[in-house]
Design a protein around this ligand. Structure first.
Ligand code: GDP
Ligand code: MG
Length: 211
């Protein structure tokens, strides 16, 4: 069964990698003290309340042309957005809404991907109210968290899991005989003919792997 994919996007230095490390419970993604560019996207498995998903830490999104490193990293973020079941837009309460936040948000609205808006670096109660400014981005209600201290991450993860595509009750691939898997793709019919008692039904059963 393939796991749902969650892409973590946002401009550099908002705390995407810190957020990803908090969720997977290990320091896997590289946290940078200075604003910078992580070239590779990092793909990690995560789990909350028994629900597993894939988290993608993107390098960050910056408006620029394709030839620069920033442009390549942005393209990579855009691909991650397109392939994701859910996109988490990370923003930073300490800077407030920036022009780049606006650009990423409008890209997400155009991409029509389900989006969860996270306002990071809400390290204390005092910061909580400042998070509401981000509802102006037009991608839903802001979820305040502190990825550094773990504040608010439990409630946010509950919401994240609620927004994943519904989990299939049973994986049909485990039940149906292989030959029925792609029933929609069946293009040809084959008839088994012959006089009685030569083994037509036995051959048929053998082919479909069932009685
Ligand atoms: P990225 O570029 O978006 O991946 O951001 P990083 O995860 O590399 O973090 C950038 C900086 O923000 C680092 O110095 C982090 O320690 C800091 N940071 C990340 N999350 C928080 C947080 O919740 N609170 C505070 N105060 N700082 C944070
Ligand atoms: Mg990073």
């Amino acid at each position: 069964m393939t796991l749902p994919t969650v892409a973590v996007v946002g401009r550099p230095n908002v705390g995407k990698s810190t957020f990803v490390n908090r969720i997977v419970g290990r320091r896997e993604a590289i946290v940078e003290e200075k604003p910078g560019v992580t070239r590779d996207r990092k793909v990690l498995e995560a789990e909350w309340n028994g629900r597993e998903f894939i988290l993608i830490d993107t390098g960050g999104w910056m408006p620029s042309d394709d030839r620069t490193l920033e442009g390549k990293v942005s393209k990579q973020s855009e691909r991650a957005i397109k392939d994701a079941d859910l996109v988490i837009l990370i923003t930073d309460v300490t800077t407030g809404v920036t022009e780049d936040d606006d650009r990423v948000a409008s890209l997400l609205r155009r991409a029509k991907r389900p989006t969860l808006l996270v306002v990071n670096k809400v390290d204390s109660d005092k910061r909580e109210l400042d998070a509401w400014e981000f509802s102006g981005l037009g991608v839903g209600d802001p979820w305040p968290v502190s990825s550094m201290h773990g504040r608010g991450t439990g409630d946010m993860l509950d919401e994240l899991v609620r927004r994943l595509p519904p989990e299939p009750e049973v994986d049909p691939a485990d039940l149906a005989p292989a030959v029925l898997d792609d029933a929609d793709d069946v293009a040809e019919s084959v008839a088994i003919v012959g006089r009685p008692n030569v083994g037509k039904s036995t051959l048929f059963n053998r082919l479909i792997g069932d009685d």
